[in-house]
Design a protein around this ligand. Sequence first.
Ligand code: IFM
Length: 455
Amino acid sequence: MAFKEKFLWGTATSSYQIEGAAYEGGRGKTVWEDFCSRPGKVLGGQNGDRACDHYHRYKEDVELMAQMGITSYRFSIAWSRILPDGTGAVNEEGIAFYSDLVDALLKKNIIPFVTLFHWDLPYALYKKGGWQNPDSVTWFREYARIIASRLGERVKHFITFNEPQCFIGLGHVTGEHAPGNKMSKKAVFEMAHHVLLAHGNAVEVIRERVPDAKIGYAPTSAVPIPVSNNPKDIDAARKAYFSISSEDDNYMWNVSWWSDPVLLGRYPEEGIRVFAKDLPEIRPEDMKIISQPIDFYGQNIYHGYPVRSDGNGGWEMVGRNEGYARTAIGWPVTPESLYWGPRFLYERYKKPIIITENGLSCHDWVSLDGKVRDPNRIDFMDRYLKALNLAAKDGVDIDGYFAWSMMDNFEWAKGYFERFGMVYVNYETQERILKDSAYWYRDLIQSRGRLLEET
Ligand code: IFM
């Protein structure tokens, strides 16, 4: 077994997707309530008002985590529960909720991994220009300071942003997610720069308050998978992974624009060239703050795509086989992405890697005997974790794996139609049922991963 003894066996969720209680506990409105209320934006006109009602049922949920034997739990904090208007007076009820959750986790020896921002921007801040407003950097710094000061004695693991590609790209380029805008490239690059500055400021302020904190970042990527082990194909896939294109519908969907500044202290040259006319002023002192040292590099990986050398030092995509394996949401099943992704990222950024999300949606339902059978999820996780173990064997420094998701939840524009959880949620009754995959994961964790090598 290549995984470390202290490997983090986790599950992940996010505030808007599970908490519910959208109008309780002093929580302020977020961009998602507004987006969901607009006709046609979310399948079935659904929203996260109640979701999994985790706000009221967190004790039961932590009990389920303990039954699964997870060693760490990644959750996000709703900024507007702490600061209903995004800035100003702290809402003590919001602090109390997360503080109680942290206590419940620690009581079960589950390490809390706090994500500061998983897309639910306070609506009041959106009305002030959201991420386009340069003040967003100080708004976020202050919010991070409050969280670090109030929870930092018990919480030692922090992630600043989840998938900036999505909340900036899907939220402001394609408009598929809240706040649902299609903005100019100039505006989008300005926002992206503010998000990176906000990240660096948060790292700095958490470090000041919690000197023993482990701090990371959780962008996402689809991974180019070399079609063969020929070094030319491997090199082609590596190039594809870090390349930048302005052609795509969502030009924010790339690795290097979001990660080079954070980990290498500079924007990628290709991007500077391709996006030149739309870039804001980038000052050397900005890069210093953006590249505050972090402790681990999180990455959300769900799938990849085949790539080969084009014979001229470049790369080209290769079509998939007809009838290729797909998850319920339609994403390809590509376990190799959990080998090549961590490997390429570790080579370039040289930071311990944590897979901060990985998983799939399945067509799960309750069988006549009351169980939820999800063999596809077990097979998927088994294959992906085997690939990750292989990456660790080949020298990639991997600290942990968080399955997405702990429980079924509100899948953004897809509403409740996609079930990503290892715990089934009946949204009518709020009953929870551990799916077969939850028991499989429990056994795997108990074996400290050894079962991966026995089957
Ligand atoms: O549900 C999302 C999550 O919020 C961010 N990463 C991908 C998941 C599945 O789509």
